[in-house]
Design a protein around this ligand. Structure first.
Ligand code: BTN
Length: 269
């Protein structure tokens, strides 16, 4: 292994990471751990101790990393970016679904810019490269504060330098990493910095101008629109064409009978 490669596999250093950040709020306070059950739980504890807006928890490894719908999230040591960012909006919070989509856009832009890879978003917030998942986002909320505003913990998992054998057999056809796709290890400092910069810019834009700008960006990176998809709804599986996002962030599907259905959450296939 060359020296340069070696540096890419070393554990992150929080002082060095902070010196690489280009943000004014996000990641300015950060806690970095060698190993945690889940950065989401650590962030929740920090919230209880009064974490500031934009505070960031990172772990080299998670022993109980979790995904949406209670799924396990593979988080081996030193190979990914496993982090949670604490968002404390200062107005009654708009819509967590919109924030989820915003995070996905930020991640997609950062990955495309840094690696040149053709990453796209599968609704609502999975990042895919060559039809395999490279990153996922999990938003959790903390009980409303005394001012009535909800605190959001945005969990982001990016499979950066994992190799095929880091995934269990059953996951290998569906999961990939930036390293697998680009053929080269990726610098986690650059990736975290690029992502937080995008996230902060989009967050400011969102608070200032609302969801419409985010919606256009999401649509521009979407792998789901104009595709025939199926989704599990309370009334059964609905199949149709994904036509657009509406102004709330719901996905609109048009079925063969011409009816439109709004999808707020769930898994599409
Ligand atoms: C998904 O696609 O299902 C969401 C995956 C979210 C994984 C991240 S890794 C950092 C944070 N801590 C967790 O336990 N989960 C999120």
């Amino acid at each position: 292994m060359m020296d340069h490669d070696h540096a890419l596999y070393e554990h992150l250093d929080s002082t060095l990471l902070q010196s690489r950040l280009e943000t004014s709020m996000f990641g300015r306070e950060l806690r970095l751990y060698d190993s945690l059950p889940s950065t989401q739980d650590e962030a929740r504890k920090w919230v209880a101790q009064g974490a500031p807006h934009g505070a960031l928890v990172l772990a080299e490894e998670q022993t109980s990393g979790r995904g949406r719908f209670g799924r396990q999230w593979i988080s081996p040591s030193g190979k990914g970016v496993w982090m949670s960012i604490i968002l404390k909006p200062d107005k009654p919070f708009l819509n967590p679904a919109q924030l989820t989509l915003l995070c996905a856009v930020a991640l997609c832009r950062a990955v495309r810019k840094l690696t040149g890879l053709d990453a796209g978003i599968k609704w609502p917030n999975d990042l895919l490269i060559n039809a395999r998942k490279v990153s996922g986002i999990l938003l959790e909320s903390v009980e409303p504060r005394s001012d009535g505003n909800t605190i959001i913990i945005a969990g982001i998992g990016i499979s950066v330098n994992l190799q095929q054998e880091d995934y269990p057999d059953w996951l290998q056809p569906k999961a990939t990493s930036l390293r697998i796709e680009s053929g080269n290890p990726v610098d986690r400092y650059e990736l975290i910095s690029a992502f937080l910069k995008q996230l902060e810019e989009l967050y400011v834009l969102y608070l200032r101008e609302g969801f419409s700008a985010i919606r256009s960006l999401w649509e521009a990176h979407s792998l789901t629109l104009c595709q025939n998809i199926s989704v599990q709804m309370p009334e059964g599986i609905v199949t149709g064409l994904a036509v657009r996002l509406d102004e709330t962030g719901a996905l609109i599907i048009r079925t063969a009978d011409g009816n439109e259905h709004k999808i707020f959450s769930g898994d599409i296939f």
